[in-house]
Design a protein around this ligand. Sequence first.
Ligand code: ADP
Ligand code: MG
Length: 621
Amino acid sequence: MALLQISEPGQSTNPHEHRLAAGIDLGTTNSLIASVKSGLAETLPDEQGNHSLPSVVRYCENEIIVGEAAKLAAADDPLNTISSVKRYMGRGLNDIKELGGRRPYEFADGDSAVPRIHTVAGDVSPVEVSSEILKSLKERAEASLGGTLSGVVITVPAYFDDAQRQATKDAGKLAGLNVLRLLNEPTAAAVAYGLDKQAEGVIAVYDLGGGTFDISILRLNKGVFEVMATAGDTALGGDDFDYAIAKWIMDEAGIHDDTSHHQMRRLMRDACAAKEALTSADVAALNIELDNGTSWHGELTRELFNQLISPLIQKTLLPCRRALRDAGVDTTEVQSVVMVGGSTRVPHVRDKVAAFFQQQPLTDINPDTVVAMGAAIQADILAGNKADGDLLLLDVIPLSLGLETMGGLVEKVISRNTTIPVARAQDFTTFKDGQTAMSIHALQGERELVSDCRSLGRFALHGIPPMVAGAARIRVTFQVDADGLLSVTAREETTGVESGIEVKPSYGLTDTEIETMLRDSIEHAEDDVASRMLREQQVEAERVLEALEAALADDGDLLSAAERNEIELVAKKLIELSKGSDVRAIKDGISALDKSATEFVARRMDGNIKKALAGHNVNEF
Ligand code: ADP
Ligand code: MG
């Protein structure tokens, strides 16, 4: 059991062979770096003893400040101080605009796909800002561990798409790090907990950080974690709690929506302090400095705070329900609920989660450091510091993958939430006699029609030996590797002719798009089935008509003029019917044509047998 092997402390390789590896929780709000020392994962502090590094970067004219000092300067230098940059990773300018108006900095206009933020030090991209945070963590780790890091594991929200993951990897590279792997945050948390508990069964990981919410349903079995389903909201977290409080203060203190950046930053800072105080206190005092030089005093009770954030917590329960449904498990089957992220310290969050899952969630590992610790454990293994303790981590694909078939229909090859890595093959055949090439179109989505799914790529398979329609055997294989990279290959089995493409399935898809596609597939399920049936019958009619045409061209002389006329009349009727949308009628039309051509088919078969036998001795066969 892999999990048991890695849980044994002190089983590392010889000290001189030990490679320095670290796990990084690159958070929206706070980031941490951890490493396994003497078999135990621990977070590494900076010189002042702080473990958590605020994910804030301040650009000055000739220096870049990261962390606490930058965070403190945020209210005074809002335009050059960048926080929550994780929200912008791998996003286009339009996505960012949709995220709402809480960002005080200015984005450079322009048609570049990568958004850039104006600062006194020039325009910077989210990847660059992130890399500053990573550089700072790297320095801290190398000072603390006394050597160069050989590799790191960086965690990302389970819901991050390929563009966001790629951006994170790029930030790592830019910081001079060797990124061994990106790991889903909830999976990392489960790794950390798995070590302590060695539990088996279904685990829900509820991660409410500063800017993102993630719910993951994991199954731990024989030392292997399998991610059964994930859901979440990339724009929901403790920041929203702060914003709810800030809004309340604005109402109470008569501050208008169009207030200055300065005022807004101060308000958010004070709101956050009040929120954190309310985790242990029943009431928080508020002293708000106003732009006009005066100040406003008030107090916020925990009760009122609970009311303010109640709708936000409620919003996290929808994805919880969806993830459970996708995983096919009931709340009663969930053995433990792991709490991750600073916002799960809020008592009201714990209460609501406990009520939803009908059990007390686990909070015994520090919810701020649990992700970094799990990442450190994984990094230690990947760096090769464990003799044979390989922990297999499995992920799932967020949307189904399939192929276009005749009539603009999608045939699913791998369905959503299948664990990766995975390879699935499906056999297809040719549509026409003598067809020597086949166009293969890979798609992603839940809907039945090609036009409603997302196109991933096309390629053609050439060199199929000419055969009658339906005789060729083309095996199409979809393979998704551990990093979520899809490759599609097609192979004609009799000749071994092969062709393929590699595509990134979720490249450029935002979470909202994924959600919309899923929602659409549910809403349109009935319509889709109806249109699929219609298309299928239309394709079938087309196939039958083409076969008839070919047969008449070859062996039309087997029929009398009257016989031929009758068949052609039925065929004409079918052509008309297949233009309409009456599935039943098309089906009947096909049967009618089959029936009227029965005699013709029989004569052709006789003729063919005679032709085939001509010049041969029966014993040869
Ligand atoms: P992220 O993963 O997004 O970086 P974290 O897990 O570090 O986030 O959580 C940060 C959030 O947790 C912030 O919104 C912060 O205000 C909140 N938080 C931290 N400590 C507390 C606390 N004691 N009570 C309430 N919220 C807290
Ligand atoms: Mg986090």
